[in-house]
Design a protein around this ligand. Structure first.
Ligand SMILES: N[C@@H](CCC(=O)N[C@@H](CS)C(=O)NCC(=O)O)C(=O)O
Length: 219
């Protein structure tokens, strides 16, 4: 039996779902290590020794620690070329990386402003304003993704098999539910998430994280 080469530090429902599902899509043997963000485990000395930035995901490959979803995605794509975790054709690949970068550097932080407004101001009333504003800006991000998915000729964003941006789209759609955005209002995005959830490899990651596509809104 081959020894586990990969260890993934993840939190259920967090952006770490992207590399988690990529590992499943690749058929990789990996050790999943759950970090309970709501319990503050990311700030424990043990975890800070893994990632001093106190964030998930972290992928450890043969003793090399890799952070940031874009870097992890590239790394897994290189390790498992047959899995098509990113498209191969040059312009399609560039489009996929462009979308993945936007999801990571724009849509994701828009949600963070809603979910953790205390990261942006210590003033309580300003936090409420940041949260309300982010609720709207994040909805615009979900509409952007929904528009891309509308009338798509393929089952997934860059072909008939899921690639990394598809997985991030599912994460962001779920988060929308926390912000009170019923996922079913984004018809193409909702249908896409359900197609993804029916994919056996993605379903394994969903099952391990015990995720529902619809979540209750938080105040
Ligand atoms: N750009 C980073 C984003 C990582 C990130 O924001 N992770 C969140 C979970 S989605 C986290 O670990 N948050 C810890 C906290 O809020 O304390 C990446 O691509 O890995």
């Amino acid at each position: 039996m081959t020894a586990n080469r990969f260890t993934l530090y993840f939190a259920p429902g967090a952006c770490s779902f992207v590399p988690h599902a990529l590992l499943e899509l690749a058929g990789a043997a990996f050790e999943p290590r759950m970090v309970k963000l709501h319990k503050g485990e990311q700030h424990s000395p043990d975890y800070l020794a893994v990632n001093p930035r106190a964030q998930v995901p972290v992928l450890v490959d043969s003793g090399h620690t890799i952070t940031q979803i874009l870097a992890i995605t590239q790394h897994l794509d290189a390790a498992f070329p047959a899995a098509d975790l990113l498209p191969k054709e040059a312009f399609t690949r560039t489009s996929a990386l462009s979308l993945l970068a936007w999801m990571n550097n724009t849509a994701h932080p828009a949600f963070t402003h809603f979910f953790k407004p205390d990261k942006f101001t210590s003033d309580d009333s300003a936090q409420a304003a940041v949260r309300e504003h982010a609720r709207t800006t994040f909805k615009a991000c979900l509409n952007d993704i929904n528009n891309r998915l509308t009338d798509l000729p393929t089952a997934f964003l860059f072909g008939n098999e899921p690639s990394a941006p598809d997985l991030y789209a599912l994460v962001l759609m779920r988060w929308g539910g926390f912000a009170g955005h019923d996922p079913k209002q984004f018809g193409a995005l909702w249908a896409h998430a359900n197609r993804l959830a029916a994919h056996p490899a993605v379903a394994r990651a969903i099952e391990r994280e015990k995720l529902q596509l619809e979540v209750a809104a938080i105040a």
